[in-house]
Design a protein. Structure first.
Length: 81
């Protein structure tokens, strides 16, 4: 779905009520803006977290030893600390 919204001179824009309702933003909330080569992408906090989790899984293969704590523990073991 593509909609046109107006950005005011002060940088404000309004999302249509039906979109805010579907995204759980009816009472307001944070929206994250990603600038891409193709334009901008708006995501709710839940969508941003889900995307980050999917990226982490993609790069770690779901390996539980890929956590920051596990990485630091391995580095300590390897350095003899």
């Amino acid at each position: 779905m593509t909609l046109q919204v107006t950005v005011t001179a002060s940088g404000r824009m309004s999302l249509p009520a039906d979109i805010r309702k579907r995204l759980g933003l009816a009472q307001g909330g944070a929206v994250y803006v990603d600038e891409t080569d193709d334009g901008i992408v708006l995501r709710t906090a839940a969508q941003a977290v889900a995307r980050a989790q999917a990226l982490a899984k993609q790069f770690t293969g779901g390996n539980p030893d890929a956590s920051v704590d596990a990485f630091l523990a391995r580095r300590r073991d390897e350095s003899g600390e």
